[in-house]
Design a protein around this ligand. Sequence first.
Ligand SMILES: NC(=O)C1=CN([C@@H]2O[C@H](COP(=O)(O)OP(=O)(O)OC[C@H]3O[C@@H](n4cnc5c(N)ncnc54)[C@H](OP(=O)(O)O)[C@@H]3O)[C@@H](O)[C@H]2O)C=CC1
Ligand SMILES: O=C(O)[C@@H]1CCC=N1
Length: 267
Amino acid sequence: MKKILFIGAGSMAEALIQGWIKQKVFSPQEIYVTNRSDKERLHFLQETYGIHCMFDQAIFRQADLIILAMKPKDAIAAMRELKPKITAQSAILSILAGIGIGTITELLGSRPVARVMPNTSATIGMSASGIAFNNEVSTAQRILFLQLLEAVGSVIEVEEDQLHAVTALSGSGPAYIYYLMEAFERVGTEVGLSKDTVRLLMTQTLAGTAEMLKQSVDEPDVLRKKVTSPGGTTEAGIQALEQYQFNEAIEACIKEAEARSRSLANG
Ligand SMILES: NC(=O)C1=CN([C@@H]2O[C@H](COP(=O)(O)OP(=O)(O)OC[C@H]3O[C@@H](n4cnc5c(N)ncnc54)[C@H](OP(=O)(O)O)[C@@H]3O)[C@@H](O)[C@H]2O)C=CC1
Ligand SMILES: O=C(O)[C@@H]1CCC=N1
């Protein structure tokens, strides 16, 4: 029986807990969760998933794996608080945006650390995660960390510095798509459809488009041109996107998010 300890009980901790329980990676009895002060939240998680939220402090010393899942702005204080409670035997899996492995080992001592950037689709086993390791991670631990992320979606190993870009793209990515869906629903209803119909049409369109990109040998621009008839509706739509500087907006979006990830390391 393993002891998996989450420090932080927010939306991303819940996504991983849900995913790991659903995929039977860990049983609820193996999962321990703590936060700063929100008792109601812990009660909810305990009732919903059957995990441990009120437990003996000895668990801190016995944890096989500790997951850092607080906001980056709270991370330094949380790690300072954590250090005296834990032993050298616990490995760390950090999902903190921006905060480097060097900072983590500086505060928690030299130990195996996997720095991961998942996304909230881990809830349904569809996360796209990036991962980087420090040199303390053994081959067996590396395989185990990869399995943990594969259980909740796909995972790709990157250089640690590239995790800022991963954060800007796939970490934040679900929010961009939800924002896009909000716009589709708003405008779709203006042009005569019900919100439910727009949701049905556009979720299937997003899923179908993603699957085409996965299965096709063609680049996105080739696939786009196959949709775009000369003088047709798509051409009119794309011209409007260009007129409203779609490319500039996307460039600013990703670069601002990447820069923010880098700046989160500095508090
Ligand atoms: N949300 C997302 O889509 C993604 C988030 N991440 C990363 O995951 C991390 C968590 O994000 P998210 O789940 O959205 O955050 P939330 O704000 O939902 O949750 C943060 C949690 O951290 C707890 N916390 C704060 N300080 C401490 C402390 N000193 N000791 C113990 N627990 C503490 C909070 O407790 P309390 O409520 O009691 O204050 C809360 O349970 C962030 O670092 C973020 O960058 C990564 C990928 C995607
Ligand atoms: O917004 C954030 O900072 C976190 C990191 C990626 C998704 N959410």
